[in-house]
Design a protein around this ligand. Structure first.
Ligand code: ADP
Ligand code: MG
Length: 454
């Protein structure tokens, strides 16, 4: 693999976590990084249609993923990959057709009237101590929409189920009231776009009435609305109009109202006047239950030992569970066998490391030292004491694995002059993992320590 290809694969696996499997396979998997410069990168797509589609739908996401690796990149450019033979082109077009159908089915699932994805139901939402308050508030409003808990404000960290829960309420309200209640789900980004384009096209009144005629307005990720004056203003008026007419408002945010820094005071106090519930990190039992639910949804089965492993490793972001399961199930379906523990750990650590690239070498050194209960200086110093050999090798291995540092850089960080020491250490540990489960256990624990220190 050349370095562009390697880089692009890493970027893609970050994106893979954020889009559906079907969309990923259809639009992104066959892309290629052609060139990367300081401020821009050039990505090739197999045909014009794919280029247009990716550019309009995924540009932001791709740029975000690229910037995780290189913050100086400001722009992603796209080209159609040339040089296809005629038959390849027609094959491509044919494949495209099939893919496109698949996509249409996928997109069709989202109800165009409500914007709700039927995949998110309250039934498939696992309740545990981390989310039971939010869940019971949610359930309480289903029968008496707009009466209790208005607005309902749900906040919590990334990937903890906010979107799932608030869309689940929407779907449940629709079915409980036999579609007689009008529900509208929007992200605050979509709301902002609607406001901006209504102003531009002089259709503000139309926009207002389309929002004000709903019975339940669900706004996701309200934190992105703050600071955009005109949007906030419109939102405030829409909010009041709905609220005064006894309509239900449901809001999600990554933080509580009082911590939304740029939000106008009057809006903040409105939010605080309803019900505020947080979603925290799920405990082990809840994580196991969530994983099992997700496996069932995929119509397959996975050993309990593996469920246990995933639940132990992934503690903070359920979306990462989805990423791991996608890979596991893909593997099982294609190779008709289960992955072993080492392979699964590798999938998990790849996914987790990619989302935490802000680790620095000193954090790794500190974590290794902490784990072995030795002074950090012993890892980087010149001592030849035997008992420090393994901790040192592990340090070098993790610097390579977690930070992709070059061997010379690793050697100098560890106080060695010769970079072959680093190569040897990485080889040694790599070999050890295959034979020695004890060693992989140690590595996983240390990586956890590193990730927790970030
Ligand atoms: P957020 O909006 O808080 O970032 P999402 O609602 O998008 O998080 O959840 C991320 C993924 O985790 C989704 O696939 C969702 O189905 C799943 N998930 C999160 N919490 C739960 C839960 N309690 N039960 C079932 N699935 C969950
Ligand atoms: Mg969300």
């Amino acid at each position: 693999m050349d370095s562009n290809e390697e880089l692009w694969q890493s970027i893609l696996s970050g994106i893979e976590l954020q889009v559906s499997r079907a969309n990923f396979l259809t639009w992104l998997k066959n892309s290629r990084l052609v060139e990367s410069h300081d401020e821009s990168i050039l990505v090739a797509l197999p045909n014009h249609f794919a280029k247009e589609w990716v550019q309009s739908k995924y540009d932001k996401m791709i740029l975000g993923a690229v910037r995780n690796f290189n913050t100086s990149v400001k722009k992603v450019e796209y080209i159609v990959e040339g040089g296809l033979t005629k038959s390849a082109v027609s094959k491509q077009a044919h494949r495209h057709d099939i893919n496109n159908k698949q996509l249409v089915i996928e997109e069709l699932k989202i109800d165009p009237e409500t914007n709700l994805n039927p995949r998110y139901t309250l039934n498939s939402f696992v309740v545990g101590s981390s989310n039971e308050l939010a869940y019971s508030a949610a359930s309480a409003i289903i029968q008496d929409v707009g009466v209790k808990y208005n607005p309902l404000f749900i906040y919590g960290g990334v990937g903890l189920g906010k979107t799932h829960l608030i869309q689940g309420i929407g779907n449940e309200i629709r079915s409980f009231h036999k579609n007689k209640i009008k529900v509208k789900y929007v992200t605050s980004e979509k709301f902002t776009n609607d406001v901006v384009s209504a102003i531009r096209n002089r259709r503000v009144e139309d926009m207002k009435s389309s929002y004000r005629e709903v019975d339940v307005l669900i706004i996701d990720d309200i934190q992105f609305i703050g600071g955009k004056e005109k949007t906030e203003e419109e939102f405030f008026h829409t909010f009041n109009a709905l609220y005064e007419n006894g309509k239900q408002i449901i809001i999600s945010s990554d933080r509580p109202p009082r911590s939304l820094p740029v939000l106008e005071e009057r809006l903040r106090s409105r939010f605080e006047g309803g019900m505020i519930a947080d979603i925290g990190f799920p405990d082990y039992e809840t994580r196991v239950a969530i994983i099992k639910t997700k496996i069932q949804e995929r119509g397959t089965s996975i050993d309990d030992a593996i469920v246990d492993l995933i639940a132990k490793k992934i503690q903070r972001n359920i979306r990462e569970v989805e990423g791991v399961l996608n890979k596991l199930v893909f593997y099982q379906n294609n190779y008709q066998k289960q992955l072993n523990q080492v392979q699964i750990e590798k999938i998990i650590s790849d996914l987790m490391d990619k989302s935490r690239l802000n680790v620095n070498p000193n954090q790794v050194i500190k974590a290794v030292a902490g784990f072995f209960e030795i002074p950090a200086g012993e890892l980087t110093g010149r001592s030849r004491n035997k008992e420090f050999i393994e901790p040192r090798q592990i340090t070098m291995y993790l610097l390579r694995e977690m930070l992709s540092m070059s061997y010379p850089d690793i050697a100098s960080k560890i106080g060695k002059r010769d970079h072959t020491t680093a190569i040897y250490a990485c080889k040694k540990i790599n070999g050890g993992i295959q034979k020695n489960p004890n060693l992989s256990e140690k590595l996983i624990t240390i990586k956890d320590l590193v990730n927790k220190s970030v």
